[in-house]
Design a protein around this ligand. Structure first.
Ligand code: DGY
Length: 424
């Protein structure tokens, strides 16, 4: 395929975002993900802000209109009926209005809100008070409902909460789950995307088992974190939340929310502590850790390098981690693979076990440039540009040959193109 011009790709990206719009919110892509997804929606709002800032605020508001009483912003909001997706609202059984799933997703919203506010402060100011309090409640939910007493690392209680469903980071904890009887359900994702690019049946069995477990507790989040079959500290969520709390603090400063500022500063200290917990001296990187037995993942994922995005305090690990990053990105034609390409579990086409994800690249590159590491940051951006220019707007990409994988006409890829990768 020929490389396309930035201008024609801008037009295509806008077309994708408009065509995936479903009346006040935007689908990640049609059929495969036919509802509103939490972090997708926030990256999408950044893309929308490039050509329709009011629509971007509407996208953000629509996510938080479904916030739970306890503060959680759910990972899927089921506002419409979509027979092409499993598990739908009746399977989750959360009794929310609108119906939602029962877990959350990486909290990038505060960072996006601050960025969009800065693009037009007059428009942004009218939304900020209302959204601040919702963001604050959500972050508080993470720091209370998703920690085990005695520790500060945020646990995910379902692989879907990380947004990185089948990462090898969860293998050890997932394999330990004894599902006892076989669950009967039909996967619908495989009618839209080839099986080789999606999680396995045995992983899906565990996903549904964990869902059913949560439902049986009446979606008691504190209980699920404390006692449930799966609780893993994910560098992704922990670093994204650390960065989000820094941005929430900036919003609190704009709004003179002094009482909230005190609490947010406490959370920042907790997250620095969580980063220490995730550091592996063996792998010389931040890696996922099973909270139940403290075991580390056996390999490194791209989200290890979100430490740059989080703007972590200087530490003695910094030089080692930087060397790890350099090795990690130079082994594939396109960076950054979602899992270490030298590890035996690396698979270049299987979802979060190897492919490049543009949103993670964007966050890491932004973090690196804040550290003045512009050469690597520029290399990441240039790879993203080439992937999109050559292949179009896919969900994820093969790091060895650049081929587009998973869903096509993908909203967050279009959004990141407009907000960051396009030169026009
Ligand atoms: C899916 O259905 O594949 C999603 O990743 C769950 O969030």
């Amino acid at each position: 395929m020929k490389y396309k011009s930035d201008y024609s790709l801008d037009k295509e990206a806008i077309r994708i975002l408009r065509s995936n719009e479903w009346g006040g919110y935007t689908l990640p892509t049609q059929k495969l993900y036919p509802y509103q997804w939490n972090w997708d929606s926030m990256f999408i709002s950044l893309g929308l802000a490039q050509f329709d800032i009011n629509r971007a605020w509407l996208e953000i508001e629509s996510l938080f209109n479904s916030q739970w009483e306890n503060g959680m912003a759910a990972h899927i909001i089921f506002r419409n009926k979509a027979p092409t997706y499993f598990p739908g609202p009746e399977v989750w059984g959360t009794n929310q209005d609108p119906p939602t799933s029962g877990c959350s997703q990486p909290p990038i919203a505060a960072t996006i809100v601050l960025k969009i506010y800065k693009m037009n402060k007059i428009i942004g100011r009218s939304y900020l008070d209302n959204i601040f309090i919702k963001l604050y409640k959500w972050h508080k939910w993470f720091h209370t409902m998703r920690v085990i007493s005695g520790g500060h690392a945020i646990a995910i209680t379902h692989p879907w909460e990380s947004g990185r469903d089948n990462s090898p980071d969860w293998d050890e904890a997932i394999e330990k789950i004894n599902t006892k009887e076989e669950l009967i359900f039909t996967r619908l994702d495989l009618s839209h995307v080839d099986k080789s690019m999606r999680p396995s049946d045995s992983e899906y069995n565990k996903y549904i088992y964990l869902l059913e477990y949560g439902k049986k507790t009446g979606w008691d989040h504190a209980h699920i974190t404390r006692e449930g079959p799966f609780a893993v500290a994910d560098p992704g969520i922990n670093f994204i939340l650390l960065r989000a709390n820094k941005d929430l603090l900036s919003i609190a400063e704009i709004l003179n929310k002094d009482v909230h500022k005190v609490e947010i500063k406490k959370w920042l200290a907790y997250s620095e502590d969580a980063a220490n917990y995730l550091w592996s001296d063996t792998l010389k990187a931040y890696v996922a850790r099973n909270i139940r037995n403290n075991l580390y993942s056996t390999g490194i994922s791209n989200v290890s390098f979100l430490s740059y995005y989080a703007n972590l305090n200087k530490s003695e690990n910094e030089d080692d981690h930087y060397s790890t990053l350099i090795k990690f990105i130079k082994n594939t034609k396109y960076c950054i693979p979602s899992f270490d390409s030298k590890h035996h579990k690396f698979n270049p086409i299987k979802y979060w076990r190897g492919p490049v994800w543009i949103i993670i690249n964007y966050m890491i590159a932004e973090g690196l440039s804040n550290y003045g590491l512009n050469d690597i940051s520029n290399k990441i951006r240039s790879d993203v540009r080439n992937l999109i220019k050559k292949n179009g707007f896919y969900e994820y990409y093969n790091p060895l040959n650049g081929r587009g994988l998973g869903g096509n006409n993908f909203s967050w890829t279009a959004a990141i193109w407009l907000a960051w990768a396009s030169d026009s």
